[in-house]
Design a protein around this ligand. Structure first.
Ligand SMILES: Cc1cc2nc3c(=O)[nH]c(=O)nc-3n(C[C@H](O)[C@H](O)[C@H](O)COP(=O)(O)O)c2cc1C
Length: 333
């Protein structure tokens, strides 16, 4: 258990309003930079395997490289072995993240089968050892991300939150769905309110915030505190600024398609610089669907973008969209 006198500096969690969720395959350095520039107070990197880091996996280590200007970033680790988690937290700490986040919410079979992610919500003794080991291993704050429980019959977020607080964790993020739900149904924001009432550490609210109106609703249900946005930021890194503008009573206008295309191009070019053309072009294909969601006029370019194989090929499709939209494209709703 942590000595209260040595409580780590967790100011970032008192001062922030909005953050980007960790999303495997999406929350990499270029996307985090875009979100930070557009108003995310901090971001959390896609989950990295503790064992992978400890055993020197190159791809995992690559996840620890930040881009200048990204702002505060949390590195998220998953794993079920307290010794590996402690070692991985020390390694991750060398990249100077703002904090280390522990993944106790991942529902994916590959992770759960090895007793990682949300499976640890069924073994709170192990969770306490993992969290305690991470807290002892680093001098920066450690946070944890949880779900409401494993299943409808095993809802235990309140007990889990208390265990994490006792272990010295500085903040807890709750995505209020069960592991069995995966991403179906709706996030039960009332669970966040209950957890906020029970814990003295900050509870970060997460789940189903895609618009300014969603943000207003989640705050009205859960009370004040940080809101974490995941899918709502995909193809829409502007969401952070939109919410902040709305909160400050400043008007914000919808983005012209030209701005969206420019953003896709910038995102793509940053990915190419970081991962090389082949990997970046392939990985970016899935992002375009998010960016172009709701813009019916350019439907016919979607299949081209989902099959494109080179940077120049992608840029020429972008040019065609721009050309077509200059006159007549509707903005997304
Ligand atoms: C594609 C994708 C990848 C995700 N990867 C992670 C991850 O690496 N770590 C994690 O804790 N949660 C992960 N999540 C869950 C999100 O962080 C978040 O809790 C969830 O999407 C609910 O928030 P949202 O409704 O704002 O998207 C992922 C979600 C998606 C859609």
């Amino acid at each position: 258990m942590m000595d209260p006198d040595t409580k780590k500096d967790a100011g970032i969690f008192d001062e922030s309003l909005l953050c980007l969720a960790p999303m495997a395959g999406y929350s990499d350095a270029p996307f985090r930079l875009l979100c930070a520039e557009l108003g995310a107070d901090f971001t959390v990197a896609e989950m990295a395997s503790a064992e992978g880091l400890v055993h020197g996996g190159e791809k995992t280590a690559d996840m620890l490289r930040f881009i200048e200007g990204e702002g505060p970033v949390g590195i998220q680790l998953f794993g079920a072995n307290p010794v590996a988690i402690a070692a991985a937290a020390s390694i991750a700490g060398k990249s100077h993240p703002a904090f280390i986040d522990l993944n106790f919410g991942c529902p994916v079979r590959k992770v759960v089968r090895k007793n990682g992610g949300s499976a640890i919500m069924r073994d709170l003794g192990l969770m306490e050892r993992i969290a305690g080991a991470a807290v002892d291993a680093v001098s920066i704050p450690v946070t944890a991300k949880i779900r409401s429980g494993w299943s409808e019959k095993e809802i235990n977020f309140l007990e889990t939150g208390r265990v994490l607080e006792r272990a010295g964790v500085s903040a807890v993020t709750l995505h209020p769905r069960t592991r069995s739900q995966g991403f179906t149904g709706t996030a039960r924001w009332s669970h966040i309110k209950l957890l906020r009432e029970k814990l003295s550490i900050p509870v970060i609210a997460n789940g189903d915030v895609r618009t300014v109106a969603d943000y207003e609703r989640i705050v009205s249900v859960t009370g004040k505190g940080i809101v974490m946005i995941g899918r709502g930021a995909l193809g829409n890194p502007w969401i952070f600024g939109e919410i902040k503008n709305a909160m400050e009573g400043r008007p914000w206008s919808k983005r012209p398609v030209d701005d969206i295309v420019r953003m896709m191009e910038r995102h793509l070019r940053m990915e190419v610089e970081r991962k090389g053309e082949r990997v970046a072009v392939m990985e970016m294909r899935k992002q375009y669907r998010w960016y172009l969601r709701g813009i019916d006029d350019i439907k016919r370019y979607r299949s081209g973008l989902s099959q494109v194989e080179s940077l120049t090929g992608t840029i020429s499709i972008f040019e065609a969209i721009r050309e077509e939209c200059r006159e007549r494209c509707k903005r997304p709703a």
